[in-house]
Design a protein. Sequence first.
Length: 69
Amino acid sequence: MGVKYYAPKDVARELNAVGIPAHEKGIRRRCRLPASDPRHIATNPAFPGRFYVTESELLRLLGAKEAAA
């Protein structure tokens, strides 16, 4: 089974569903941040210029809410 990838709009939808306010444009901005920035969202490096967020990165973002609670 391969790795699943999500478009920024899907990531925003999933985050909003669990109570984390997010917008597609905000997700894209965070994808463009340098990797050294803690707000950076990792994407698939095989598609430069396209933002395909990996499932593991989405789970990391969802886990951040649980850690904050």
